[in-house]
Write a protein that binds this ligand. Structure first.
Ligand code: C5P
Length: 399
């Protein structure tokens, strides 16, 4: 996966203990294909050294506006000139104050002022410094100026206090920066999706479920969010972390999933059924644990509601998308499902290609025919599906 391929990023590191996380962030950016130029302030370099970033990025790291290593001695222009974004992580209270007032008294603040690209900051400071009205004023000013502010998070701080001010984790900043570069093809759309398995209780401790990991649904939630949609994710029992900014509703059984979806469906423009919903549930789940006996046990199963079919059949149905995981005859079953459930789009895959893994190979079926995607990482497949939905909604046919 190289989601940041061809992107040139300036990574600014200012003075705060969270600077140690900037090393990990540099590594994640580089691993994802970005060209990373690290610029440390004088106090940033008290916490981590330029050598750390030089080793991680494979490029010179910069600290000083008087550094003569740049041929024309204009590092402040050269570094930001071709950059796709400047990411300052951690951004200290002092540095945010400088940015808000347009000060340029060191290399990093100068190149932020001289930039022609988006500026993304991840504040990190003590809780009281964050809450101080001066910092809040500066943050509001920066947001008004179009600076993208990521976090801060709340939690334990290096100073021993607990509260708002912790820098987001490197993985979350990386996630937000990759998201930032995605085309906003679903801007303003309200999208709901289901993900994961359902669990149908058999007795007090047992139940029927399946091997769905939820990875594809969660990747789609992230891709839709990055495309500008507001996203509600109705999830069965999974261990996936919730993508930042996504509203998550946890459910267990198909009936709970059905109720959660129906309660919210009137307020959505796009619905994607990714969940592997159990087709049947035990008719009479026991309240107590079923005791072992020396005879066979009969369990009567009754059908669950088909959530997707019901959503697609509503009078003002949202743009409805289904998944078809088949073990054979993919084309026949996936297209059959699309017709039967009256869906705009079905994402078909052979179970051997997708279940539980990190990558997938799919075919999209719509009115125009079939469109293969992958093999690729699930997030790339998800971005492809979102792009296709965006194109269909815009009336230009998709991939
Ligand atoms: O009919 P089948 O289960 O193969 O269809 C799969 C698609 O329908 C998936 O998109 C799945 O999320 C959705 N579905 C549903 N409710 C069910 C069964 C499937 O929403 N009870």
């Amino acid at each position: 996966m190289a989601e940041l391929n061809g992107k040139r990023l300036v990574l600014g590191v200012t003075g705060g203990i969270a600077a140690y996380k900037a090393a990990e962030l540099a590594r994640l950016f580089v691993k994802d294909g970005a060209e990373v130029h690290a610029v440390l302030t004088r106090s940033g370099a008290q916490f981590v050294t330029p050598v750390t970033f030089q080793a991680l990025t494979g490029r010179l790291a910069w600290c000083d506006q008087w550094d003569a290593r740049m041929p024309d001695n204009m590092a402040h222009i050269e570094l930001s000139r071709a950059a796709d974004a400047i990411v300052v992580a951690p951004a200290s209270a002092d540095f945010l104050a400088k940015l808000a007032h347009g000060l340029a008294d060191d290399l990093l603040s100068t190149l932020c002022l001289a930039r022609d690209c988006p500026l993304i900051v991840a504040p990190a400071m003590n809780r009281q410094m964050w809450e101080n009205p001066a910092t809040q004023r500066n943050i509001s000013q920066l947001a008004e100026d179009g600076v993208i502010v990521l976090g801060p998070a709340s939690g334990e701080q290096a100073c021993g206090e607990t509260g708002l001010g912790r820098m987001l984790e490197a993985a979350d900043i990386h996630d937000a920066v990759t998201g930032f570069f995605q085309p906003k093809v679903l801007a303003g759309c309200r999208l709901m999706l289901t993900a994961g398995p359902t669990f149908e209780a058999l007795d007090a401790v047992r139940g029927l479920t399946n091997l769905s990991s939820g990875k594809m649904g969660f990747a789609l939630a992230r891709a839709a969010r990055d495309a500008g949609a507001s996203v509600t994710l109705v999830s069965g029992p999974v261990t996936q972390p919730t993508p930042a900014g996504v509203t998550r509703v946890d459910v267990t059984s198909a009936q709970e999933m059905h109720a959660a979806v129906m309660q919210r469906v009137a307020a959505c423009d796009i619905f994607i059924g990714v969940a592997a919903v159990a087709d049947y549930r035990p008719a009479e789940p026991g309240q107590e644990k079923i005791k072992k006996e020396d005879k066979s046990l009969q369990i009567t199963l009754i059908p669950n509601p088909d959530i997707l079919a019901e959503v697609a059949a509503r009078p003002n149905a949202p743009f409805s998308v289904g998944f078809a995981a088949e073990s054979r005859d993919l084309e026949k079953y996936a297209e059959g499902k699309r017709q039967k459930k009256k869906l705009a789009l079905v994402v078909g895959n052979l179970v051997k290609d997708g279940l539980g893994g990190d990558s997938n190979t799919v075919i999209l079926f719509d009115d125009q025919g079939r469109h293969p995607l992958g093999p690729a990482a699930k997030i790339e497949i998800a971005r492809g599906i979102v792009a296709h939905i965006g194109a269909l909604l815009a009336g230009n046919g998709g991939v």
